[in-house]
Write a protein of this length. Structure first.
Length: 102
């Protein structure tokens, strides 16, 4: 079994704007230090993260700014559903907190 320090870390960033994009596209990808920077930037900007090693391996094969292939639509849609769920819950929590402080 490999020690944790020898396992390569990967990260991929996706973006999707339903008003102008046909499908999500890869906006950043990297391993090790670059992956850590992608994760750090996402965290600093309140962007939800989802760990899925198999999917990140597949997405890391896609060139930057390229749309994801059709065969990944289902997997990526599950990720976006997860993220939208988190975002909606966070917005609801913020609204409830505002009501409680007034």
């Amino acid at each position: 079994m490999l020690e944790e320090k020898y396992i390569q870390k990967k990260a991929v960033s996706l973006q999707y704007d339903k008003s102008k994009d046909n499908a999500p596209h890869v906006t950043a990808q990297g391993t090790d230090k670059t992956a850590q920077n992608i994760i750090k930037i996402a965290q600093e900007n309140g962007i939800p993260l989802k760990k899925d090693e198999d999917l990140v391996n597949m997405l890391s094969e896609i060139e930057l700014n390229q749309e994801i292939p059709i065969d990944l639509y289902q997997a990526v849609s599950e990720i976006f559903t997860f993220i939208y769920g988190i975002s909606n819950k966070t917005q609801e929590d913020e609204k409830n907190n505002e009501k409680n402080t007034q």
